[in-house]
Design a protein. Structure first.
Length: 253
């Protein structure tokens, strides 16, 4: 009876150990695959960064601007300040403020690109007060890189209109303004100017994070296997051998 109970316990623990080791090992490999996928995306971004800079004509003639994400651009156009939007709760340098977005009508055509111009602090004493941002009149030269529209945060009710917003949907904004906005944005780069900072975080796919998770899963797998091998295999054998040394069996006469 005791032997049967010990046998059931042994096989139950063996099954649990094998299941846990298999799951953690698979999760580690899954994290490695995710890292490889993101490394491939990062390599494509680096290739885009090495391509020739798009000028105004080339950007306006681009049919599918989404294919040019992360590529550098240097364009000339006219700001449309009446449609400037201030995205709230956006960080830069450890501070929270506004990302300032203004459409730019490209020179020599009817194409308009939404420019993420930079970051400005907000007045926490008067949350409806707009920061002082200078918007030049007439043609301006803007340098940056093609980027997706700003990422969306949790949408609070009643903040999807007016100059201060939580999020901006490009399709809805196109309908709202009546401007022929392109399907991607231009992230303005360069030194601070117009009352704005432009210390954008470089595009990072978070590859190191996946390698860290993979290490954790593989370490947990190794720990489970090691504990099982010690407590279920090595330790019982040592106890058995020690017991035999203490109580040797008398030889037959």
């Amino acid at each position: 009876m005791i032997f049967a109970a010990q046998s059931r316990r042994f096989w139950l623990l063996t099954f649990a150990a094998l299941l846990t080791a298999g799951i953690t090992f698979s999760l580690g490999h899954w994290q490695l695959r995710r890292a490889a996928q993101k490394e491939a995306v990062q390599a494509k971004i680096q290739v885009k960064n090495t391509l020739p800079t798009l000028d105004t004509w080339a950007l306006a003639a681009t049919n599918n601007i989404a294919n040019e994400l992360h590529r550098k651009a240097s364009v000339v156009g006219v700001w449309q300040p009446a449609h400037t939007v201030y995205l709230d709760n956006r960080p830069m340098g450890g501070r929270t403020g506004f990302w300032v977005l203004t459409p730019l009508a490209l020179q020599g055509g009817n194409r308009v690109v939404l420019v993420q111009r930079g970051w400005a602090p907000r007045d926490f004493n008067d949350r409806t007060r707009l920061p002082q941002v200078f918007t030049p009149v007439g043609p301006v030269a803007v340098e940056g890189r093609i980027a997706p529209p700003p990422a969306k945060l949790y949408a609070f009710k009643g903040v999807d209109s007016g100059p201060i917003r939580q999020n901006l949907d490009l399709n809805d904004f196109r309908t709202e303004t009546g401007l022929p906005l392109m399907e991607a944005a231009l992230l303005q780069t360069g030194p601070p100017g117009d009352g704005l900072l432009r210390d954008w975080v470089p595009a990072n796919q978070g590859v190191d994070k996946h390698y860290g998770y993979a290490f954790q899963w593989f370490s947990l797998c190794a720990l489970v296997v090691g504990l099982y091998a010690w407590f279920q295999l090595a330790l019982p054998v040592r106890i058995h051998l020690r017991a035999r040394r203490r109580d040797p069996i008398d030889p037959m006469p």
